[in-house]
Design a protein around this ligand. Structure first.
Ligand SMILES: [Zn+2]
Length: 193
């Protein structure tokens, strides 16, 4: 897992206690947009730095944020094929927490879509996530993957992997001591998608 994208410092939260009321910093205007921007830009620059190191290229020069973003977009576009095929992390599993560049880019796109609320065509899936066991599996219109939106999980499944998962679940439910009608209802429900 590539931790460097999340090294942004977060101010400590105020502590509650018996002798003083809980005090928390109020959000400031634009804070939510700034957080998602910091997340995406930080990860882009980290990926650029990593590719520069691996390919023994000149280090990136510090510059203003806008220029750094424009430069990162150009650099990542130019080195995308290499990153997706030759970078060692390209072999990692495709999920939000991995350093697989394809997964990272997908997660930036997803974060932007979620933040701008352009993902109205989201479909929720009935089976629990095979990794975290929460009901967090969604798929947005046009996405190739079904995604767990539990932020500590982030698993991505292909439709075929989801189908195999539901088949396994249905088989395990079928082994439970339900009567035939209940068992069939559960199996149909789990395999409905
Ligand atoms: Zn999950």
């Amino acid at each position: 897992m590539d931790q460097r994208a999340d090294t942004r410092e977060v101010p400590p939260r105020a502590q509650s206690g018996h002798d003083r009321p809980f005090v928390a910093s109020p959000p400031w205007p634009g804070e939510a947009a700034r957080l998602v921007t910091d997340h995406i830009v930080g990860a882009m620059l980290t990926l650029e730095d990593d590719i520069r190191d691996l390919r023994r290229l000149q280090r990136r020069r510090p510059t203003a944020e806008g220029a750094a973003i424009a430069s990162a977009v150009r650099f990542l576009s130019a080195h995308l094929d290499w990153a997706l095929t030759e970078r060692p992390a390209a072999a990692e599993v495709h999920d939000r927490l991995s350093a697989n560049p394809a997964a990272q880019i997908h997660s930036w796109h997803t974060a932007a879509i979620h933040f701008t609320r352009r993902d109205t065509g989201v479909e929720r899936y009935a089976a629990p996530c095979p990794r975290c066991d929460l009901l967090g599996l969604f798929r947005a219109d046009g996405d190739d993957y079904i995604e767990c939106r539990n932020v500590t999980c982030g698993l991505l499944l292909t439709p075929a992997e989801y189908a195999a998962h539901t088949a396994t679940l249905a088989a395990s439910y079928a082994a439970w001591p339900f009567n035939g009608v209940t068992r069939n209802v559960i199996a149909r429900y789990m395999c409905a998608r």
